[in-house]
Design a protein around this ligand. Structure first.
Ligand SMILES: [Zn+2]
Length: 310
């Protein structure tokens, strides 16, 4: 079964007139809960992350800045990243939810999980909130899986249209956590060149698949499939984490790399097959980008349907 985490709490990170807005989760939840099969999926319990677990991933000065800015009534953490009064609490719950999902999936209570959360995370580096991201939820979940559940090999697959620079930075020298990102390039945030492959003990554990605007769907899927096969053979992951951004869809107002709904079904099925090889099917997927409020709910539906199919 696929465990679903969603909660109105994630609407309390108020960003004003901004593409990364509360309506993303509100519209998605409303739509998804109207679908009989979806509404019957088991629901996970939200949890706030303890600050000491976040401190495995982020510098205390960064955590404090988010806390203080929210406590002062809100403000900018970087030019794109705004927090409101409740945002620190919401961000703790986003990270905590990713960790709670890891608990459930690693303990074998459910095969996989999808976390319909915000703020997103993959741009947040160890020292800086950026690109709509306060804390790096997927990186925090990976550290948690390694340190608390003692997993030796973890793979993060990031199909958001933007490069997951924060996740790459955090694990760049890490031999245990492999990172594969497929993204539009050149594009925000400017990183994700094919020659960025890791360093020191992490050399070869980062795989970037940068694709130019205008890349066709079949080319995209071909690159994704080959990259996943290559990473899988090398990483032999005991757990796969997905940075599930849906902004490479053709109707996305920010990313638009031309993907269609069914392409997310294909990618999710391939990741599921990959998870069967070494990870006993274990996947935790967390929402990243995706800004078309009409299309995002259907993209999530497609992704979760593929996660949930037997
Ligand atoms: Zn994105």
């Amino acid at each position: 079964m696929t465990l679903i985490y969603s909660d109105p709490l994630f609407e309390r990170h108020r960003t004003g007139y901004h593409p990364e807005c509360p309506d993303r989760v509100l519209a998605s939840t409303r739509y998804l809960e109207s679908i009989p099969w979806f509404s019957q999926l088991p629901k996970g319990r939200l949890a706030a992350a303890h600050a000491d677990l976040i401190a495995r991933t982020h510098k205390s000065s960064m955590i404090e800045l988010a806390r203080e800015t929210a406590a002062a009534g809100g403000g900018h953490l970087d030019e794109d990243t705004f927090v409101s009064t409740d945002s620190f609490e919401v961000a703790l719950h986003a990270a905590g939810t990713a960790m709670a999902a890891v608990d459930q999936v690693v303990r074998g209570h459910e095969k996989n999980a999808f976390c319909l959360l915000r703020p997103p995370g993959h741009h947040a580096t160890d020292a800086k909130s950026m690109g709509f991201c306060v804390f790096n939820n997927i990186a925090i979940a990976a550290h948690y899986a390694r340190d608390v559940h003692d997993l030796q090999r973890i793979l993060i697959v990031d199909f958001d249209v933007h490069h997951g620079n924060g996740t790459q930075d955090i694990f760049y020298r890490d031999a245990n956590v492999h990172f594969m990102s497929i993204h539009r390039f050149p594009f925000y945030p400017g990183t994700g060149h094919v020659e960025e492959t890791g360093s020191g003990p992490g050399l070869g554990t980062t795989l970037n698949i940068p694709l130019a605007f205008g890349t066709t769907r079949s080319q995209y899927l071909d690159h994704f499939r080959k990259g996943l096969d290559r990473t899988l053979a090398q990483a032999r992951p005991e757990l796969i984490l997905i940075s599930a951004g849906f902004d490479a869809h053709k109707d996305d107002p920010i990313g638009s790399l031309g993907l269609e709904l069914e392409d997310y079904q294909s990618m999710t099925r391939w990741i599921k097959e990959a998870a069967q090889v070494h990870a006993n099917g274990r996947i935790v997927s967390c929402l990243e980008g995706g800004y078309n409020l009409e299309v995002l709910p259907r993209l999530i539906e497609t992704h979760v349907a593929a996660l949930a199919e037997s």
